[in-house]
Design a binder for this molecule. Sequence first.
Ligand code: S3P
Length: 447
Amino acid sequence: MVDQAAEAAPLTARRAGALAGRARVPGDKSISHRSLILGALAVGETRIAGLLEGEDVINTGRAMQALGATVERTGEGAWRVMGVGVGGFAQPAAPLDFGNSGTGCRLVMGAVAGCPIEAVFDGDMSLRKRPMRRILDPLEKMGARASAAADGGRLPVTLRGAVDPIPIEYEAPVPSAQLKSAVLLAGLAAPGTTVLIEKEATRDHTEKMLKHFGASLRITTIGGHGRRIVLQGQPELEPAPVTVPADPSSAAFPLVAALIVPGSEIVLEGMMINPLRSGLLATLREMGASIEVVAQRNEGGEDVADLRVKAGALKGVEVPPERAPAMIDEYPILAVAAAFAEGETRMRGLKELRVKESDRLEATAAMLRVNGVAVEIDGDDLIVRGKGRAPGGGLVATHMDHRIAMSALVMGLGSEQPVGVDDAGIIATSFPGFVELMRSLGADLSS
Ligand code: S3P
């Protein structure tokens, strides 16, 4: 059994003065996981700068170590990985514990599937509820064998990697960067070409970083939004330095806070603006948000920007389903912005939200409802009827979901009555220092 968070840490957000100042949120979670995994699959030393030192990523680092790589912290956000090469993982002595992290667990499943070893994958009570079949299906086609204790391939799962991995052509049945990445990482160990087709493009960090580490990939667009990715198997990955840009999914919280707390003006520094992660920015701009790019540059292969964000009136909009992959983690905080907008916001095509760290569709609706906001779930759509203000006064159940916790606290900064969360401890999985950063901008958060 995996240890659960020791004690719940309730926290309350209250309306105070305007937010002001500059802030840089921690490193991107997706890129941080991948830098440790690709570093472990390269031969030699990879240096990482700006790694997100949240619990999710630390667990991936521990897993890489348990599989034979050397992972060392050399300074704040600075890490060194000595990799063992593609197919070179050693049999771990104990179950791999991924805590709250679907990304860590699913990507490492892919990397292990191409090695002739057996590993047990486990996580916390939230991760144990999440579907793993979607990952195990293609990995079994590639020659791995999985046995799960529960239905739907839920954790704990024992995975036996393939002795002779088989390259496959696979069309992803759901838009998921984790699924895509698992297949590509397993494909590294297979001879010939592994082909992954996605009908809707999802975040492309694995593809970009594989190229950065010397793998050969050919990517073509298909249909309006899809991609076909062809990976040449059995490359020798070369260590490559990684600079991790600021996480747009974390920046979303101070950003929306600055939009809804009257009189606020803040600058968010170095935020990654990869188009496949920027759906929230597009949507907020359509709602009338004042978000100005004050500087733009390239950091470690990704475009990043300093953004000036000013509070102001927002209006309800319709968010099309095809935008979901580019903002899949941002719906809870968008729903908060929608509550403070005038008019209806309909967010369409949110089926995948049901299998996040919580059933995020239900948890987001419940967060708004308990704070007096009119909200409805209609099939896979979330409808928020904004009134330009939110009553607040509710205690929000976070269901071990960091993004619900942070969204609820941001809501409390702008609502008429305080908003509490039952457990803010879970925020450390993705955004250590959230409370301090928000306080540095003037937020009133207290236990
Ligand atoms: C991630 C992919 C997304 C996202 C998660 C991070 C990744 O999950 O929700 O926070 O780093 O690949 P899905 O692949 O399940 O959509």
